[in-house]
Ligand binder design. Structure first.
Ligand code: UD1
Ligand code: CA
Length: 449
């Protein structure tokens, strides 16, 4: 029997944030979700999350997951105190309890599996995941013999200068025999620098303790402050880029771009410098992204090019060109071969195949047919001060430069709109619509001196 407990009740004071520490994100996924993800392969019988500080928010953040049991810790009096709260819930449990700090986001499942397998083979009361760090500051130091038997863990703040030199650190991931841990839990004191009940004090009270050292010490980075959050983000970005490069994505200047965990790429995608993908994206084969672009929650089919542009919550079909300097806002749908050019903003609009908006336009709440040419500077006036209204434009129509289309408006198919027109009335199919004052001509006119 295996139960997992994740400690997520702490205040995270060092983060100086209104967001609970375990809900801080790296590459778009919270620390807590990452810890849970790293345990997925273990197929535990029970998964417990200990919550306290901002408990409601934390519960809601993972409410989509099934079979999570929440245990409350109030007040939050240290990691040992957090684990004491499990005693009633695990009353009839007899098996191994894997405990993980909720702020260790880079762990790989394989590492935890190794810890569990060592734990089973060596039959210890507790197996601790450790790392040798060149800068061990802030971490509990693990004192062990050369065979890996652990004597005790001393917290950084409670170490003497001599003890601080030990660079074998506690990762905050342990596998305990619950039957033995629950007995010693009751005897933990808070006689330490923080006046808290430390889980690490349980180690020396148990009959036997061993440790397993990780090979990649990055995996056990704990996140206590924004600096460590950013360090983890960098490591994860590097991991993601390497993963996608192996799958055929080409980065021109890898370290200048960032990608979210939930972005999927096809083959032969090129990512130019300073290009950032956030949220959930699907990027099709042969897409060319950037330089200097921001793409969020968007699906691009094959051969799409995005140059110096911002694209959010959009769906873009094949062979579409966007940019330079376009802004596609939520609800943009571009069918095959559309072109969105310089200084064009599109919002909540659908453009059918071969339609072009090449220069200086605002297209809001529109339904535009096939092969429409939107002239330079065309603006859809979709907002009357109270409500948004729709503009419908039929296939093969053209709007002249500097047209204003005042919604609600229906422009038929094959329509031509003269340059500079402000259109307020629907236009039937195959018509020309011009709305502008006649040009006044005064011949041989010179200004009076
Ligand atoms: C802890 C370990 C330290 C280890 C380090 C690894 C202890 C006493 N120390 O220190 O040996 O090297 O992690 O990263 O365990 N939490 C609760 N309730 C509380 C306090 C904390 O649930 O009352 C949770 C936090 O939300 C966090 C985790 O426990 O997810 C660790 O707490 P934190 O305060 O970050 O411990 P460290 O000082 O990093
Ligand atoms: Ca920590």
């Amino acid at each position: 029997m295996l139960a997992i407990a994740i400690l997520a009740a702490g205040k995270g004071t060092r983060m100086h944030s209104n967001i609970p520490k375990v809900l801080q994100k790296i590459a778009g996924i919270t620390l807590l979700e990452r810890v849970l993800e790293s345990c997925k392969e273990l197929k535990p019988d029970r998964t417990l999350v200990i919550v306290g500080h901002q408990a409601q928010q934390i519960k809601e953040s993972i409410s989509y997951l099934q079979d999570i049991e929440f245990v409350s810790q109030d007040p939050q009096n240290g990691t040992g105190h957090a684990v004491q709260q499990l005693i009633p819930t695990l009353k009839n449990f007899d098996g191994d309890l894997l405990i993980l700090n909720g702020d260790v986001p880079l762990l790989r499942s394989k590492t935890i599996l190794e810890l569990l397998s060592n734990h089973c083979t060596r039959k210890a009361s507790v197996s601790i995941l450790t790392a040798r760090l060149s800068v061990p500051i802030g971490y509990g130091r693990v004192f062990s013999d050369s065979l890996g038997n652990v004597d005790k863990i001393i917290e950084d703040r409670d170490c003497s200068e001599e003890e601080k030199k030990n660079n074998l650190t506690n990762s905050g991931v342990y596998c305990f025999k619950w039957s033995e841990l629950k007995i010693v839990l009751k005897n933990l004191s808070s006689n330490n620098a923080q006046n808290e009940i430390y889980l690490t004090d349980a180690i020396q009270k148990l009959p036997s303790a061993i440790h397993t050292e990780v090979t990649d010490s990055d995996e056990v980075n704990g996140v206590n402050d924004k600096q460590q959050l950013s360090d983890c983000e960098n490591i994860l970005q590097e991991r993601l880029r390497r993963y996608w490069m192996k799958k055929g994505v080409k980065f021109i200047n890898p370290t200048s771009s960032t990608i979210s965990e939930k972005t999927l790429f096809g083959k032969d995608v090129t990512i130019e410098p300073e290009t950032h993908l956030r949220g959930e994206n699907i990027i099709g084969d042969n897409c060319h992204l950037g330089p200097n672009s921001f793409i969020e929650n968007t699906e691009l089919k094959a051969n799409v090019s995005i140059l110096y542009s911002v694209v959010r919550d959009s769906l873009i079909y094949e062979n579409v060109q966007v940019g330079p300097f376009s802004h596609l806002r939520p609800g943009t749908l571009l069918q095959n071969n559309c072109k969105i050019g310089n200084f064009v903003e599109v919002k909540n609009s659908s453009l059918d195949t071969n339609t072009k908006v090449n220069h200086l336009s605002y297209i809001g709440d529109c339904d535009i047919g096939k092969a429409v040419n939107i002239g330079a500077g065309t603006i859809t006036a979709n907002y009357d001060g109270l409500k948004k209204h729709q503009t419908i434009i039929g296939k093969n129509s053209k709007t002249g430069a500097n047209s204003v289309l005042v919604a609600p408006l229906k422009v038929g198919e094959g329509v031509t709109i003269g340059a500079g027109s402000t259109i307020t009335k629907d236009i039937p199919n195959n018509s020309l619509a011009i709305e502008r004052a006649k040009q006044v001509m005064k011949k041989n006119w010179l200004p009076k001196v």
